[in-house]
Design a binder for this molecule. Structure first.
Ligand code: TRP
Length: 370
């Protein structure tokens, strides 16, 4: 573990993340209340993920807004490494991206990196990651992106389009840069070493600046992209970062698609959700009811409360009374879990229906090589 007691890289997140420290370490900027107000003014809406600091950091979001005010367009880009089924943590940047697309009426690219997960995970075949790419695409489509303005890029399928751009990028990144950024060693396979150039490629797919909503663990790739962008005559990608979503067994780290118990998948049925939350969701409560009534629980480390805050309870008043009741001991851990279970299952019953319908729509979304 690092001296800071937490690690955040695209392939490894561990420990209790101090986000102010992370901003300093990565060299990003905190989303200030001024920036929040500006976004609120332009979009006409106070998005709870901004208000609650779920999106907490950025790189040059202000430049994107300055340009937008002058009538200069941008486009959106985000992605997913298909190492398994989609879990609810993945939906955070996608839901926010969907909101941005709606408010700014801009194009959106979604990259599925089946190659990356094949390189990064010793036990996954390329057939498996490609299958998960398709499964993950269904979840993305189910969130309601506009087909006319949204394209899904699958690396192994769209390599013909990505490769000439990736080559431009790759020529400007040297081994010591990637090594220092990601901690690669002589044993790292060379697919991983080249990979950043493929994740960079969609940044330059249109001749406009790009804004990328993303989990902060993905920032290091784009730090490299931003460094080389001027060298290939392109604008630097702008970023807006969300916090890591804890796994059920949390409170630290992030939800990982490869730990089945620690993860709620979008494909889970209601009983599975109930069982997982009741059995595994880390509780901030006391060991006995008597003690809980007396001392109260700690919502700040309680994973069920965190899921409500991050995603499932957008109403501030309701969230606040849950917080206070839990803290005072009025609300028991089992009751808090029951609130979350109902929220997740309501969400998933609608999502799963849309996900089924997405199977007939997927062709409209897949990027076609020119
Ligand atoms: N590497 C990302 C992951 O493992 C996937 C990804 C590709 C991505 N392009 C992106 C994530 C752009 C955020 C933004 O999930």
């Amino acid at each position: 573990m690092s001296a800071d007691d937490f690690i955040v890289t695209p392939w490894h997140v561990e420990g209790d993340i101090d986000y102010d420290k992370l901003i300093k370490k990565f060299g990003t900027e905190k989303i200030t209340s001024e920036l929040q107000d500006r976004i609120k003014k332009i979009t006409g809406e106070d998005h709870f993920m901004l208000r609650r600091g779920i999106f907490f950091s950025h790189r040059e979001m202000d430049r994107i807004l300055n340009d937008y005010d002058k009538g200069k367009e941008f486009f959106l880009y985000t992605g997913r490494g298909p190492s398994g089924h989609t879990h609810i943590g993945h939906l955070v940047p996608w839901v926010f991206a969907k909101w941005l697309q709606e408010k700014f009426d801009v194009n959106m690219y979604f990259q599925l990196t089946d190659d990356e997960k094949f390189y990064a995970k010793p036990n996954l075949t390329l057939e498996e990651t490609s299958k998960f790419a398709y499964e993950n695409a269904l979840d993305f489509i189910a969130l309601g992106f506009k087909p006319e303005k949204t394209k899904i890029i699958i690396n192994t399928k769209n390599i013909q389009t990505l490769y000439p751009i990736a080559a431009q990028v790759a020529k400007k990144i040297n081994f010591s840069n990637t090594k220092a950024t990601f901690g690669f060693t002589n044993e790292t396979n060379i697919g991983m070493i080249f990979y950043t150039s493929l994740q960079s490629a969609p940044c330059f797919i249109e001749d406009k600046p790009v804004l990328i909503p993303l989990g902060v663990d993905q920032d290091p790739h784009f730090r490299l992209t931003r460094d080389i962008a001027p060298k290939i005559g392109k604008p630097k990608p702008a970023l807006i970062h969300n916090i890591m979503i804890p796994g059920l067994e949390g409170p630290g780290g992030k939800m990982s698609a490869s730990n089945e118990n620690g993860t709620v998948y979008t494909t889970d049925d209601p009983n599975v959700v109930k069982k997982k939350i009741n059995k595994y969701a880390f509780s901030g409560g006391q060991t006995s009811i008597e003690e809980h009534r007396k001392i109260g629980g700690n919502p700040d480390i309680d994973v069920s409360y965190q899921y409500l805050r991050i995603f499932f309870e957008p109403d501030d008043n309701k969230l606040k009374s849950i917080y206070e009741d839990y803290k005072s001991g009025k609300l028991l851990s089992g009751e808090l879990k029951a609130i979350l279970i109902e929220k997740i299952n309501n969400f998933l019953s609608i999502h799963q229906e849309k996900r089924e319908k997405a199977k007939d729509k997927i062709d409209q979304f897949l990027f076609e090589n020119k």
